[in-house]
Design a protein around this ligand. Structure first.
Ligand code: URA
Length: 228
């Protein structure tokens, strides 16, 4: 776990408690202590773990959050509409570096999405080389033909406009219009395009899990912090 040593105003502003210019006022309004001793000097340096605000330890320096994305929110920092970050506490929304989603879900897709302010972790988990397994449940517009599981598993399925076939994916039939799909890539609109490639259409899409992280116990919009 990180425990950086820097100015108090730098700690507070990077964690979203206040801006650097508001820090002086913040120290007057809240009991900010280093090792239990109250401070009023914004330029005092300290380790993250030694600082408290009103007797509470500071938020972690790096956050990994699992959120059950509801329908209709957007995985973006700057598109018009309801952004996924608005579901997080205000203080987390003001962190610098920013919290970003690890990959994206479409606006109409629900379910498991990880968010972090750790750029290296985000890069690692979204890299094409990352083989994190993602499990989706989809409802379909038409009943399956019967050959879809073999086609998905073949490692030969080409998506429209792409040069490389998809890696093999697992399809499990839950009922004629309801399936579970397991993929280890994260191509643009991948699941919807896979079903389009076999003449079907995804009507609803829910990501049950991303790697080891499942949202089965989280209600829509609920999140939990994952300790890293
Ligand atoms: N595949 C899609 O088509 N959409 C998503 O949101 C995720 C995977």
């Amino acid at each position: 776990m990180q425990n950086s040593y820097k100015r108090v105003d730098a700690h507070l502003s990077s964690l979203g408690y206040c801006s650097r210019s508001e820090a002086k006022k913040f120290l007057k309004m809240f009991r900010v202590c280093i090792d239990g001793v109250r401070v009023f000097d914004v330029d005092k340096k300290a380790y993250h773990n030694d600082i408290t605000v009103d007797d509470e330890v500071l938020d972690a320096e790096s956050l990994l959050i699992l959120l059950n994305k509801p329908h209709g929110v957007i995985c973006s920092h700057d598109d018009a509409g309801v952004l996924i970050y608005s579901l997080l506490p205000l203080r987390w929304q003001r962190r610098n570096p920013k919290i970003s989603t690890i990959g994206r879900l479409d606006v109409d897709t629900t379910g498991a999405i990880l968010l972090t302010d750790d750029g290296a972790l985000n890069h690692k988990l979204t890299s094409p080389k990352s083989d994190v397994i993602k499990v989706y449940e989809a409802t379909l517009a038409q009943e399956l033909r019967g050959d879809e599981a073999d086609i998905f598993a073949s490692g030969k399925l080409m998506l429209n406009g792409e040069k490389k076939p998809l890696l093999g994916a697992k399809l499990e039939v839950i009922s004629p219009l309801h399936v579970r799909v397991e993929i280890c890539e994260g191509r643009y609109h991948q699941v919807k395009r896979m079903f389009a490639a076999v003449g079907n259409r995804v009507v609803t899409l829910h990501r049950v899990s991303f790697g080891d992280f499942s949202v089965e116990e989280l209600k829509p919009s609920q999140y939990k912090v994952i300790t890293i």
